[in-house]
Ligand binder design. Structure first.
Ligand code: GLY
Length: 557
């Protein structure tokens, strides 16, 4: 090859790569059809994946108020095609500046039931509004006025409530009835509204409009902030303007791990997701999973989860406040070391591992995934923690506040049954972010990209893991997203099974290995995932059959 031809080839290469990196279609999967449709409408108006992410986040806040909201926070994992940058936007809530380590304990040092769950004291300083402004200013293309328009419209005109709404409202009925403003918006005559009832949120529409018009000042200052602080003072909250002034979005480097030729990119602390996924995958990499039967595979999965969730409880917290051995925990050698102690013929009782207090973790949340025609993509997991968060709506704003403070360890430092002290890393401190399990993730190799995530509290990590493994095994997206899942989180020492997970023979074999099986009556999770198969040049999307979401794929024109 002559020198000039080499030069020409090299000159063309970046261009070719860029051309190859454009997907043949845009795709969105989210937990609600109106959110997916809003995202697509924003793409059609010339927005990119980041504009769509703003629109989807805000619409979910309106139409799925039990999962996430403007009174909550989340993590937006971004990939920008123009420079190949992966970045995590950390819009997690923070503990108020007046918070303190023992704020949920009585004089005897016992946890006061419900205090970190219900009402204004349970809420962390919301980060979602700041995150949407940050996305708009640094990554998106359209003004917030445009990307927030669908959410404002749905809040103002109302949306029909569905079965998921009714189930969650029934679950949190007491908390919703506790506050007149909350009951007036989310209930009908104090009861769970009938299917089809229109949920109208005019105050929330105004709150969103102030954000759209004035950015951060429209939420963390001015009328919205004033209403929030007045309500806090009136109802026993501890927030001040200083909490709003000091709230910051943080851009974080995601956690990266490698497994069977794929790169896994996931959330960094204050999420435990990326680190736990790395540990589990590095443990599993020590075994020939492909050659093993379902009993051995499930056994190893449970043993790997057990160990990673123990480490989660022991070490993880907000890295801006505590030292977390991130490099060690996410290093392949560490996983290999843990794997060496796993026996194939016997489950390790969790009590045989160095003890630590069990990890807390909320149960609800929402996830969506977006891919645009330029090759930008977003995996975002958003939360107000429990269904309908703290149940407290700030009068005049429609803002339903989170109860994310419950994700802190309310009583760290207490010795457990083994005399060891755990969960210190996740103790409450002013301005600190509470530990999360939210795991928005990308799985990439030269042939494919998967963008995925799910709600589900502490089970988020194990669900995302099983999605990753199934994809790497070659299962089609539409098949693996609905597959029954298993879960182990160290404590309680149980292997949880979704309905229909594992046949009777496999269950008996796992019991014989020493696993304590806990079959659950209800399914869990609501995965929203996209696949860009670069070998076949096809994009597909899937919304978990367990939920009422929608996956859309629109081919490029
Ligand atoms: N509140 C659920 C989580 O952050 O993991």
């Amino acid at each position: 090859m002559s020198l000039s031809r080499v030069f020409v080839f090299l000159l063309c290469l970046p261009g070719l790569l860029l051309a190859n990196e454009r997907p043949p279609a845009a795709a969105i999967a989210s937990a609600h059809p109106l959110a997916s449709q809003a995202g697509m409408a924003i793409l059609a108006q010339g927005g990119n994946a980041f504009d769509a992410a703003i629109a989807v986040s805000a619409v979910l806040a309106v139409v799925e108020p039990y999962g996430s909201g403007m009174g909550g926070g989340g993590f937006w994992l971004l990939h920008r095609a123009s420079d190949g940058k992966d970045i995590m936007i950390d819009g997690r809530e923070t503990a108020p500046l007046a918070a303190h380590r023992d704020m949920y304990l009585d004089a005897q040092g016992e946890v006061i039931p419900g205090l970190s769950m219900n009402g204004p004291l349970a809420a962390g300083i919301p980060g979602q509004a700041a995150a949407l402004v940050h996305l708009a200013e640094h990554y998106a293309r359209l003004p917030l006025r445009t990307s927030l328009a669908p959410a404002i419209q749905h809040a103002r005109e109302g949306v029909a409530v569905g079965e998921s709404y009714r189930r969650m409202a029934g679950f949190r009925l007491e908390a919703l009835r506790a506050w007149p403003e909350t009951a007036a918006i989310f209930l009908h005559n104090g009861e769970v509204p009938a299917a089809g009832h229109r949920l109208v949120q005019t105050d929330l529409a105004e709150t969103l409009s102030r954000l759209a018009e004035n950015g951060l000042d429209g939420f963390y200052r001015g009328d919205t902030a004033k209403a929030v602080l007045t309500a806090m003072e009136r109802h026993g909250g501890i927030w001040s303007q200083a909490d709003f002034d000091s709230y910051r979005i943080i851009e974080r480097e995601p956690i990266r791990s490698h497994y069977q030729g794929h790169e896994i990119i996931s959330a960094a602390p204050p999420s435990s997701g990326g680190v736990a996924l790395a540990t589990i995958l590095h443990i599993l990499a020590q075994f020939p999973l492909d050659e093993l039967d379902e009993v051995a595979r499930t056994h190893l999965l449970a043993e790997a989860m057990r160990r990673a969730y123990r480490d989660r409880a022991q070490y993880l917290g907000d890295t801006d406040f505590v030292e977390v051995p991130l490099e060690r925990l996410s290093h392949p050698h560490y996983g290999a070391g843990l794997a060496a102690a796993i026996r194939l013929d016997r489950a390790t009782p969790s009590s045989d591992l160095p003890g630590v207090a069990a990890a807390p973790g909320g149960t609800h949340t929402s996830h969506f995934s977006v891919l645009d025609s330029e090759g930008n993509y977003v995996a975002a997991t958003l939360s107000i923690n429990y269904p309908f968060g703290s149940g407290f709506v700030v009068p005049g704003t429609g803002l339903l506040l989170n109860n994310e403070m419950d994700d802190f360890s309310s009583r760290p430092g207490s010795p457990n049954a083994y005399g060891l002290v755990g969960a210190e890393a996740n103790a409450i401190a002013p301005g600190k972010r509470m530990l999360s399990s939210m795991s928005p993730s990308f799985v990439r190799n030269p042939d494919s990209l998967v963008v995925l995530g799910t709600p589900g509290g502490s089970r988020i990590i194990s669900m995302v893991l099983q999605g990753i493994l199934a994809h790497i095994d070659g299962a089609p997206l539409e098949a693996w997203i609905g597959r029954p899942r298993v879960h182990h989180q160290y404590l309680p020492d149980k292997l949880y099974l979704e309905p229909d997970a594992l046949d009777e023979e496999t269950r008996l074999a796992l019991i014989a290995l020493g696993h304590q099986l806990e079959p659950l009556a209800s399914p869990w999770g609501n995965m929203q995932a996209l696949l860009w198969d670069k070998r076949t040049a096809q994009v597909s999307a899937a919304s978990d059959p367990r939920g009422g979401g929608q996956a859309l794929v629109i081919p490029n024109k």
